[in-house]
Design a protein around this ligand. Sequence first.
Ligand SMILES: *Cc1c(COP(=O)(O)O)cnc(C)c1O
Length: 351
Amino acid sequence: MAMERSSRQQFASDNYSGICPEALDYLWKANSGHESSYGEDPWTRKACDLFRQTFDTDCEVFFVFNGTAGNALSIASLCQSYHSIICHRDAHVETDECGAPEFFSHGAKLLMVEGHNGKIGPEGIENIITKRTDIHYPKPRVVSVTQATELGTVYTQSELLDIHEMAREHSLKLQMDGARFANAIAHLDTTPREITVDVGVDVLCLGGSKNGLAIGEAVIFFDLEAAQEFEYRCKQAGQLAAKMRFIAAQWLGVLESNGWLRYARHANDCAAILEEEIKNIPEVEIMYPREANSVFVKMPEKVIDAVRQKGWAFYTFIGAGGARLMCSWDTSENTIKAFINDLKKSILEVS
Ligand SMILES: *Cc1c(COP(=O)(O)O)cnc(C)c1O
């Protein structure tokens, strides 16, 4: 018996959405006959080749089940246990991974930098590096940046170049958490290469779940040496999929069709519409520049409660003091309209 249940779209997270047609189509396609397991199949080979084409460079590609594993394992591959990783105070690796980067690197420490609108800059990095240089302090080894950031902003190519310059000066590696990398590309209108290889990124964790896949993130090493034996880390961490073809095939579907960027652009456009609508509501304040697919708003607690009473879900723990409204690959204009209506009603009710 088919399960008949359709629930409304939400703005809580882009991982609330389902699977996009291109990924689903390739899941069906990959589901015929037998194939070799653990990534030794043609789907995985083709997807890896297509990543090399997409980033216009030689790179090593691995697939893991989620972003936490991608970040934690890639960071671990760049450092020793006595090293430290410089990241923004609000970085997912710091706030939302239950200590996985420290755990998988056997004790490497995250050092947090303050930064405007969710971004770190060269000064913040330098301050941390020069604060202590003695043997009693964990030696900085990696800079981790999130693109797009946790606050919905996007690093420009020149900002990334400045970060890389500082990193290079101090022999630091550059890791990029790209859970919403496609949204950043769509916003900047650059090529994937221009904000990775060209700005010295050593390893990128490329998000699939928030971009229309059912599951599966790609860990892309541009520093080929750092990729050595990475498959063992994946296996040991329980991140080596036996039926890897079903992760890889989804990627093939969204890369071949360019769906990954089309959907990211759609999500960004939806956030732009939402932002425009909210700008007309004086009781609600936009908190950060809207660049990717989220809008952060500050509104009275009573309004938040009233909107939730009407069945809407959103996070209030990311970006202190505000509500995060996140658009997805399939967010519809009707959903935006319905939300704005309920928001306006809520404001009237509580005033
Ligand atoms: C969602 C997200 C991740 C990955 O989270 P998982 O739940 O582990 O897949 C990583 N970084 C950022 C910035 C995210 O938003």
